[in-house]
Write a protein that binds this ligand. Sequence first.
Ligand code: UGA
Length: 437
Amino acid sequence: MRITVIGCGYLGAVHAACMAQLGHEVLGIDVDQAKIDALAAGQAPFYEPGLPELLAEASATGRLRFSTDMADAADYDAHFIAVGTPQKKGENAADLRFVDAAVTELARHLKPGAVVIGKSTVPVGTARRLAELVKAAQPSAELAWNPEFLREGFAVEDTLRPDRLVYGLPTGDGGIKAKQTLDEVYTVALGNGTPLVATDYETAELVKVSANAFLATKISFINAIAEVCEATGADVTQLADAIGFDTRIGRRFLNAGLGFGGGCLPKDIRAFMARAGELGADQALTFLREVDAINLRRRSRAVDLTREILDGSLAGKRVAVLGLAFKPDSDDIRDSPALDVAGQLQMQGAEVIATDPKAIPNARRQYPELTFMESTPAAIAGADAVVLLTEWKEYRALDPAATGELVRGKAILDGRNVLDPAAWRAAGWRYRALGRP
Ligand code: UGA
């Protein structure tokens, strides 16, 4: 198929490359010239495992091209909308200006029979409104909503082998046509038996935000239990293992620690609450306010625990911060709990020396006042305390004895519950963690 992907960020760039890999003829469009130049040269503009290799392969086939000009979309059959829907400044609601601008501009160039496919995470009701806009510009065009469930760090795998496909479709012949187009785009995944839920616009939009709200709730649930564990001396990691054996509960997404961040979970639960309020259903989602609050409390708790392992004062203490990205295998620092804690530690008087395998350039732009070191030993050298805030593989593998040789004070905060407390204590460390004795 001949398809465009409008918006080439974490979602769109991966989608474009994967679609080309699957054999489609793909044009990626973005307003950011630097991003398009990088992608056209086969370079990923952000860190995502497997993406550079995929870009190189796809570009070599000649099936993947990039442009900043929406007019180039005119003779394509299907158009994916993958632009961002960030949180509005000072409000919980999602900012739809990029989606609106993309669809408005695209609509001017649609050929008869084209299908517009929304992927961005939007408040329920958006697809129906945009469908009218598309129809007004090109009556024989259709709009479908096809939410995306990829995880950063696994984006290529999740796009090539999704665990389910969801189509939000219009009624009647338009819906049949839009479904045929989507089925053709996803021939390979459907052939592999990927489950498909074909439904209406509103259900498709709600599936996406409900999934993220559930995941956020699961994380905040275990973090709330971690608070109780801290008050009683219980161990939340053992507790999570034990309840996770119940297959109705499951162990995944029950890792207590610094909590969730990133460009999706935090802003999606806030936008969901805001939208429910507009619909008169705000009571239904008030629990998400608590989910958000529990999550943010973990960050201040991490700062307090760091102060505790430093004998009650951060002032003038050298703190090595390991990890800045919102999660491992990503350079994304949007709403990153790690970066937030690093900033708070510095603001409260500590001298922060931060490191991360991939996120330093992004972190430096947001917090130029922090000191950054490329290598872990350089960041740790002479530290009064080490705080592990993003569980990159190399931090999980730190050796307590060797690390102890580098520091000034053997105090460690395990903000992600990934180290072995017994091994660190045996090597003479003062070890603290969130939700563990
Ligand atoms: C999330 C969802 O997992 C994807 O399904 C969804 O498609 C995506 O948002 C999106 O809406 O685009 P992502 O933001 O890449 O994906 O990251 P997650 O793997 O969900 O992690 C989110 C945060 O939760 C991270 O900060 C992570 O450290 C934290 N987390 C995760 C925990 O604190 N504990 C856990 O047990 C799991």
